[in-house]
Ligand binder design. Structure first.
Ligand code: DI6
Ligand code: FE
Length: 411
């Protein structure tokens, strides 16, 4: 897989004898086609529908793959990860299991700051080497697009190093990588407790420089008592706007600072976590078209008890994405299949909501809905082919991977 060329997609291919979950917007449920076929040319979908209606020109003299009745879904999308990081925090996990509090762990040199130290000590190539196994775990489950955030560098040089490492991962594997600048993630030790001064640095120096180099596709922040206030986040978002970058936000994870409303006010692509979001927050998100990204891995790992208000999101018509939040501190999770099971079991998402959450809605949360996330003509031919009898199996199993094949841009 390594070093595979990304540019030899100039051929016509046909996957036939398949059951499709197209996930197309507007179609009922999963957009199921029972006797279906998908055709791609130059890496783009040129047909997805009933095999009986396949145009003859697409059926002759093309490379044909008989799917033997297997299911085809869009390639999966993990729309919220901190996958580029150095080292791990298994030691903190052990301390917490032995009864230590989060504060005690932090005083013993743990927490986000320990991940910052590890990342700063690693070279860009070391970061790539350490992150590849996590990316490969996602790819092995049919993931074709991954969002990766910075946020463990927290100075100009190290934030850029993280984002370059993330871009490199996309060169080394057949997968689409979207990068997000998360400078306002935590306060680095050298800021000596001065959050406002650090936000100035992020908004006025680091963000414009990252944007000028084209290293980020979006800007994110951690709006929380232990991180940054809504006012501070607004300054970062103003800088993002000035740089022409869309925003998203870690909002209302541990308390309700009305991060969801802040995100909506800035037309954010998504607001993420949202355990403490209230009715006004959900209404604002619906109005702005901001996707709610649900992250059950972090909820589970930190043993949170407050669940995100799924019924409010449904009532207001807020679209829901589901993602791993892969990070060393609160969600060391690299399985999007298990994440779907958690979203269903812990939060009561339906199978249809889970599958939409890791395909169409995850694409929407990345601003990529025109490009991927459903089986529709014109989109990238990103497919996952599964050895299953019904789509619910993708959500139901825990720790079993029924992927038969994975296609990225037609290959
Ligand atoms: N929310 C989280 O759960 C993680 N970051 C964030 O903004 C925590 C990251 C870490 O502990 O390393
Ligand atoms: Fe996160």
């Amino acid at each position: 897989m390594a070093g595979q060329s990304k540019s030899r997609a100039g051929d016509l291919r046909l996957w036939r004898n398949a059951q499709l979950a197209t996930m197309a917007e507007g179609s009922a449920g999963l957009g199921i086609v029972e006797h279906g076929a998908v055709a791609s040319r130059d890496g783009r979908i040129v047909y997805a529908g009933p095999e009986s209606e396949l145009p003859p020109t697409l059926a002759q003299g093309v490379e044909t793959i008989d799917c033997e009745g297997r299911w085809i879904t869009p390639g999966l999308i993990d729309c919220h990860t901190h996958l580029v990081h150095a080292g791990n925090r298994a030691n903190e996990f052990e301390m917490r299991l032995a009864g230590s509090t989060y504060e005690e762990v932090a005083r013993a040199g743990g927490g986000i700051v320990s991940s910052v130290k590890s990342l700063r000590a690693a070279s860009e190539d070391e970061l790539v080497t350490q992150s590849l196994p996590r990316l490969d775990a996602l790819i092995a489950e049919g993931v074709t697009t991954v969002e990766i955030k910075s946020g463990y560098g927290l100075d100009l040089e190290n934030e850029k190093k993280s984002l370059r490492a993330a871009r490199q991962l996309g060169e080394q594997r057949p997968v689409t990588i979207r990068t997000t600048f998360l400078g306002a993630h935590a306060l680095p030790p050298e800021a000596k407790g001065d959050k406002d001064a650090f936000i100035d640095l992020v908004a006025n120096e680091i963000l414009p420089s990252v944007a000028a180099e084209g290293l980020a596709d979006a800007v994110d922040g951690f709006c929380e008592g232990i991180a940054f206030s809504p006012e501070q986040m607004a300054r970062v978002f103003d800088a993002a706007k000035a740089a022409g970058l869309p925003v998203k936000l870690h909002a209302d994870q541990l308390s309700n600072l009305h991060g969801a409303e802040l995100a909506a006010r800035y037309g954010a692509l998504s607001a993420d976590h949202l355990e403490y979001t209230d009715d006004a927050g959900a209404a604002a998100m619906a109005k702005a078209g901001t996707v709610a990204t649900i992250l059950p891995g972090a909820y589970y790992f930190i043993r949170e008890t407050k669940k995100p208000p799924i019924s409010l999101f449904r009532q207001h018509g807020v679209k829901m994405a589901v993602a791993t939040d892969n990070n060393p501190g609160t969600s060391p999770l690299t399985s999007l299949l298990l994440t779907m099971n958690m979203a269903a079991t812990l939060f009561g998402l339906t199978v249809d909501e889970c599958l939409a959450g890791v395909t169409r809605e995850a694409a929407r949360a990345l601003g990529l809905l025109e490009e991927t996330g459903t089986l529709e003509v014109g989109k990238s031919a990103d497919l996952a082919i599964w050895d299953i009898e019904r789509p619910a199996e993708l959500v139901y199993r825990m720790g079993f991977n029924p992927l038969h094949a994975r296609i990225w841009r037609g290959q």
